[in-house]
Design a protein around this ligand. Sequence first.
Ligand code: SAM
Length: 208
Amino acid sequence: MMASLIEHGIRSPAVLHAMAGVPREEFVLEGDRDRAYADRALPIDAEGQTISQPLMVALVVEALELHQGDRALDVGTGSGYQAAVMAACGAHVVSIERVGSLAASAAERLRRLDYDVEVVEGDGSLGVPERAPFDAIAVGAAAPRLPLELARQLVEGGRLVVPITDSPIGEELTRLRLVNGRWETESLGPCRFVPLIGADGYQEAGSS
Ligand code: SAM
């Protein structure tokens, strides 16, 4: 896995160190442990949620430009793997997950493995205003458009990395940075994520 990350351009020593240290086999289903280090997303429940591909986690975390002691928000906890990588980069992490069972199992796992991550259950499309502001925010699910409530929870100089579905190139990983009170956005390339379901995301299938 590490050779593949380096081959695909991951350069940050802190991110490479974190990716090498976080035990991905602890975050996948029991039956998938033997392929925990394959560069692919894997299922984490019966409803189609996944632990993201290691390369995508490394790209997102590198783009967050985390520093020791940063306050970071991870939207879409899933297994908790990306939150653990962010914590291993030195951040104090709040991670929010809308599916209660995933939030509970990730919280137990992250506590057992001793990562500095607080897991909250709820709709992260609106961020976590009571814990804001954040130096960095990562969104692990695709938003239809730039999630403004999340952008408003950044400090000056803060970074938001989010997949956005409705862009000229299709689904696009986007980094927004707050510079002198203004939002600057840049494309980090095409990507593929499950949808962000919530008030500033997509409607849940079957709801009206
Ligand atoms: N980064 C995670 C990991 O390392 O396992 C994987 C994230 S998974 C691809 C996307 C997650 O986002 C799912 O667990 C899904 O339930 C969650 N999600 C979708 N919409 C959400 C929302 N509005 N708020 C919080 N979580 C959300």
